[in-house]
Design a protein around this ligand. Structure first.
Ligand code: CA
Length: 706
């Protein structure tokens, strides 16, 4: 038997049994895949990386062991490529026959020679800049799918595009969403038997979630699976009619949410496609479904037939979600020995802080345990499979402002986990955060900005150094090694900031992960001891991957700080220190001797605001509008991050006319700053200006005290 073949790792084990000599990596080199089909995707040879999570089971484990615990200390930069988008880089590259294909922010695609880094082609789908205002969480993209001789890309503005892998030329393009609504695509498509599966995001923007399948050959839509019911009487499918009674009020007017914005996995043997469903739109049930209810299929894992989109089973992680506890997080399949029996399981660590192990044939709950401290529930009832809620955590029902952990960023977000079949551990990029949920008593749905029903202004961080430092100290992150059989933590690497990167596990006994402010590191999978690290000059949030060309194993990762956390969390985004965005593809190999250029000094404009002039009423109104329409991009309490203009430092602060023109008419729309004329009046945007002036003066006073 090969060292890595064991129960619980079916696809790779079959490959390795067939490929035992002389060594895994030698054999993997000899499997060119010019035409990717079901067989190639299921075989998943180790030289290539053919689908988002490497294999259909999305384990993000590579059997490659050229780089291992003994020699990882000699890992060096083989080559790097600067990217032309200084925004969050979240993609996992694909590697096919020696070429590496990556997506970047703004849904661009680039192809390089995997050994030399030579740029072979690039494709820019020219996403309109104004689309940024519909993206909850930065203008990111998480990757491609491959089938036949093509690549498949979902673009931020909702298109699915087939690209010729050899030339980078688009072959077909199909709009998958109503572009007049708040839909975006950031997730990677998957391809199952010639069907390209794609979801979308937008549950903060009043949309109704779904996943669709398109014919890989000609782009025809084959089926669409909605995750929440339409109005009663308008639902044909039985699973949607069954869901109607779990909703009240007129949810369909508000969209309902339930977007499938990231996770998918596939079991070829059971022929089941698993999708992760997101939060409700709006967050508050008081508005979304006033008499409560489970609100199916929000925050659920749903199993479908990939050929037809037919519903098979679901498991709801957070019934009647009001905390933005999406179940869109990484879905991973494995075969685990539990109580002496080999079980086909599905694993997920959704935002709500519990680690779930389900029977993936039936959706039955096998076990669940919290992997972080949680305040919204005391556990999962194994009889019903439902959380045992803490009633006070239902902030929108009580109407009482409530600090809940985890917050809407989750205990785990989109950052992919990894599984090591040798140790049996799942590695989770964990966030330890809390959030003050406060009902917006006067909420109404708007065509622009977040539609949550929560009052972000009332929960904004005060300019109080003690409160700030206490909350910052409680806001951390960790790479956690989790035993999914015993539902216990085995080791953790703790970080200063919560927003750490996706994970890769390898046959070399290694776990690779990046974090803020600028490290990319390798850990011993069994012990968590850091064996190697390098300075990436920026925060790394994307997941690393690995491939093999001509006797060399390479480890690649996209570097580039961004995503929701640096945009929206204000001062908390600086928990790990100020983090810049330097967007690059970094590729490492043993003995690699390439060097990054020295980092450019960062120039930050001083805080130099005009004096505070607004009346108390104007400042309060400005705070309210800022919290609802500005803060998720420009930072909580106007404390800006490194990605977008820090409004406290803006030269427009003292120029009321220019401020009004930019915020209402949208002359900077191509850069993502849309005009808000359909939503806000001139007096209201002036109140926002006065509020930002006040905030800038408060923070300047704090700086002067230091
Ligand atoms: Ca959300």
């Amino acid at each position: 038997m090969c060292k890595h073949s064991r129960v619980g790792w079916v696809v790779a084990a079959i490959l390795l049994l067939a490929a035992c000599s002389p060594r895994d990596t030698e054999t993997s080199r000899a499997v060119p895949v010019p035409n990717i089909d079901a067989e190639a995707l299921e075989a998943a040879d180790a030289a290539n990386w053919l689908t988002y999570g490497r294999t259909y089971d999305e384990q993000r484990f590579s059997p490659l062991d050229v780089i291992n615990t003994d020699n990882v200390k000699d890992l060096g930069l083989a080559w790097f490529a600067d990217l032309d988008t200084a925004r969050g880089q979240e993609a996992t590259p694909l590697v096919i026959d020696g070429r590496i294909y990556v997506t970047t922010a703004w849904s661009k695609v680039k192809a390089y020679d995997g050994a030399t880094g030579e740029l072979l082609w690039q494709f820019d789908p020219e996403v309109p800049g104004k689309t940024a205002a519909k993206a909850c969480c930065d203008v990111v993209n998480r990757g491609l799918a491959a089938w036949g001789t093509r690549l498949y890309l979902g673009t931020l503005d909702g298109r699915l595009i087939a690209i010729d892998r050899e030339t980078g030329e688009p072959v077909w393009s199909n709009v998958t969403v109503d572009q007049s609504k708040g839909y975006t695509i950031t997730g990677a498509p998957r391809v199952i038997d010639g069907r390209v599966i794609i979801g979308n995001g937008g549950a903060e923007f009043g949309v109704r979630g779904y996943v669709s399948a398109y014919d890989a050959e000609d782009g025809r839509m084959l089926w669409r699976f909605y995750t929440v019911p339409d109005a009663p009487g308008r639902n044909e499918a039985a699973y949607l009619r069954a869901a109607e009674s779990t909703w009240t009020g007129e949810w369909w007017r508000l969209g309902g949410g339930g977007t499938v914005w990231d996770a998918m996995a596939y079991d070829p043997e059971l022929d089941l496609l698993y999708i992760g469903v997101g939060n409700g739109s709006p967050w508050s049930q008081t508005y979304r479904s006033p008499d409560g209810g489970d609100n199916l299929y929000l925050a659920s894992i749903v199993a479908l037939r990939p050929a037809t989109g037919e519903y098979v089973w679901h498991y709801q992680t957070t019934p009647g979600d009001v905390w933005d506890y999406t179940a869109a997080q990484h879905i991973m399949l494995a075969d685990l020995v539990i109580d002496g029996e080999t079980r086909k399981v599905l694993m997920q660590a959704p935002k709500n802080g519990f680690f779930y192990v389900l029977d993936r044939a039936t959706g039955d709950l096998i076990s669940a345990n919290n992997f972080v401290p949680v305040s919204w529930a005391t556990g999962i009832d194994m009889e019903s499979g439902r959380p045992v809620e803490v009633p006070e955590a239902r902030w929108d029902k009580t109407g009482v402002p409530t600090l809940v952990t985890p917050g809407p960023g989750g205990a785990h977000n989109w950052q992919p986990m990894a599984f090591d079949p040798d140790s049996g551990l799942v590695f989770i990029p964990v966030l330890l955060t809390a959030f003050p949920y406060i009902l917006d008593a006067n909420w109404e749905s708007k065509s622009q900005g977040f539609n949550t029903g929560a009052d972000f202004a009332a929960g904004a961080m005060p300019a109080n150094p003690q409160i700030r430092s206490e909350i910052m100290a409680a806001t951390t992150g960790a790479l956690v090694a989790w035993d999914p059989v015993d539902q216990q933590e085995r080791w953790r690497a703790a970080f200063k900031g919560p927003w750490n990167g996706g994970v890769l596990a390898t046959g070399g006994g290694l776990v690779f992960q990046g974090h803020a402010p600028e490290a990319f590191a390798a850990y011993d999978a069994k012990t968590g001891v850091e064996l190697w690290s390098t300075n990436a000059q920026t925060g790394v949030i994307a997941a690393p991957m690995t491939y093999f060309i001509d006797g060399e194993q390479y480890v690649a990762v996209l570097a580039g700080w961004g995503g929701i956390y640096p945009l929206a969390t204000g001062v908390l985004a600086e928990v790990a220190g100020p983090v810049r965005n330097v967007s690059r593809l970094l590729v490492f190999k043993l003995g690699g001797g390439a060097e990054l250029p020295p980092p450019q000094p960062e120039v930050i404009a001083p805080l130099n605001p005009p004096p505070v002039t607004g009346s108390e009423e104007q400042l309060a109104e400005g705070a309210r509008h800022y919290g609802r329409f500005c803060g998720v991009c420009h930072g909580d309490a106007a404390y800006g991050g490194s990605l977008l203009p820090d409004l406290r430092r803006s030269s427009m602060l003292g120029v009321a006319d220019a401020w009004r023109s930019i915020t209402l008419e949208g002359p900077l729309e191509d850069r993502g700053m849309v005009g808000f004329a359909e939503t806000l009046t001139a007096d209201q945007v002036e109140s926002i200006r006065l509020y930002v002036i006040k905030r800038a003066n408060e923070d300047k006073a704090l700086e002067d005290e230091e």
